[in-house]
Ligand binder design. Structure first.
Ligand code: GDD
Ligand code: MG
Length: 362
């Protein structure tokens, strides 16, 4: 079996983190988002993964080589000369997808979504109904920024409406599909949207089915959603693999800490905190609902809530950061500074308070 991951552009909505690396390589729960997906694909028997990309920075090449060795899976890049949308890249990669693929099946994944990836269930259901495509579907409170799905009780999709203006249903496209290779011929070799141009036709022809995604789901392509996704994956670890979570008198609720991080016993951590490799958290620090990426230092008595601190950043003493603030790579925050609801670009030094909402420090 094969899989194609729609990697696409750089991920501007996850800036300033995506100034350092493309969105799929940003760590989520201490692993690049892409790694969660590759791990799940390999587990269900996928032998070759095609990354559909618009560009290829060197950071990506290095990471791909590492992932190939780690998971013993072939990973190839299919590079577009112009953005081909969400369907065009499938057509572009046709030869790769059909070659040495006796099952005649392939998965397609949006690169910014996180869930428990129960791909075995998707595979089983797809083989059972035996039509051209199956979409994982889940429920959200606000479906307006997603693809909305209407299906009958057998799971056959009646209609697919991308980002509807009016409320139709709260069942949405999770961005995870399984197709028969025959569907590739529906796509022209030009910029094409799978959601707007291909799914509505497949639905009309009765070739598209839905399968309700078990477990949690989140599109983590924006800071607020990335933090919400953190809460969900930690809770999923609590349910399925509680041993990976941190324990201790200073730990509150669900917390994930890399083994190489140094946490002072007088720092109080949690709930919903993820601490990456080589981080240092000093005495009296209070962390809640936040993520520290690799190599972050938080000095004594600082408070961080609802924020993401980028790689190798240093936060001084008695600092307060909150309100979905995001620091890019290597940001230096001076002692006693207050930062609220702001994005700090990489390599900046912050010496005075930022009270204004949605400030971007260039
Ligand atoms: N290679 C390539 N080329 N990839 C692309 C291109 C392109 O031109 N355009 C978008 N992508 C990739 C993105 O990087 C992402 O992984 C995926 O295709 C979907 O694009 P998004 O821009 O993230 O779309 P969305 O989040 O607004 O909506 C999509 O995802 C929702 C679930 O999160 C749709 O599939 C919705 O129907 C769905 O509900
Ligand atoms: Mg998205």
């Amino acid at each position: 079996m094969k899989a194609l991951i729609l990697v696409g552009g750089y991920g501007t909505r996850l800036r300033p983190l995506t100034f350092k690396c493309p969105k799929p390589l940003v760590e989520f729960a201490n692993k690049p988002i892409l790694m969660h997906q590759i791990e799940a694909l390999v587990k269900v028997g996928v032998q070759e993964i095609i990354l559909a990309i618009n560009y290829q920075p060197d950071t990506m090449k290095e990471q791909i080589n590492k992932l190939q060795d780690l998971y013993k899976v072939k990973i190839i890049c299919s590079q577009e000369t112009e953005p081909l949308g969400t369907a065009g890249p499938i057509r572009l990669a046709k030869d790769h997808i059909i070659k040495d693929n006796p099952d005649g099946l392939f998965f397609v994944l949006n690169s910014d979504i996180i869930c428990e990836f129960p791909l075995d269930k998707l595979l089983q259901f797809h083989k059972q109904h035996n039509h051209e495509g199956t979409i994982f579907v889940n429920e959200v409170d606000d479906p307006s920024k997603y693809g909305v799905i209407l299906a009958d009780e057998t799971g056959r999709i009646k209609d697919f409406i991308e980002k509807p203006q009016e409320f139709i249903s709260n069942k949405i496209n999770s961005g995870l599909y399984l197709f028969n290779v025959s569907m590739i011929d529906r796509i022209p070799l030009k910029p094409t949207s799978i959601e707007r141009e291909i799914f509505p036709i497949m639905a009309k022809e009765g070739q598209l089915y839905q399968y309700i995604l078990p477990g949690f789901w989140k599109d983590v392509g924006q800071p607020k959603d990335y933090l919400a996704g953190t809460v969900l994956i930690l809770e999923s670890y609590r349910t399925h693999t509680p041993d990976v979570l941190a324990k201790g008198n200073n730990i509150v609720g669900n917390v994930l800490i890399d083994a190489s991080a140094q946490i002072d016993p007088n720092a109080v951590i949690g709930p919903n905190v993820i601490i990456g490799p080589d981080c240092k958290v000093k005495e009296g620090v209070r962390l809640k609902n936040c993520v520290l990426l690799k190599g972050v230092v938080i000095n004594a008595n600082s408070w961080i809530n609802e924020s993401i601190i980028g790689w190798s950043s240093t936060v001084g003493k008695w600092v307060r950061i909150e309100g979905v603030s995001v620091c890019g790579e290597d940001v230096q925050v001076k002692d006693e500074v207050y930062i609220n609801q702001s994005f700090i670009l990489p390599h900046r030094g912050i010496t005075s308070n930022i009270y204004n909402k949605n400030t971007v420090i260039m």
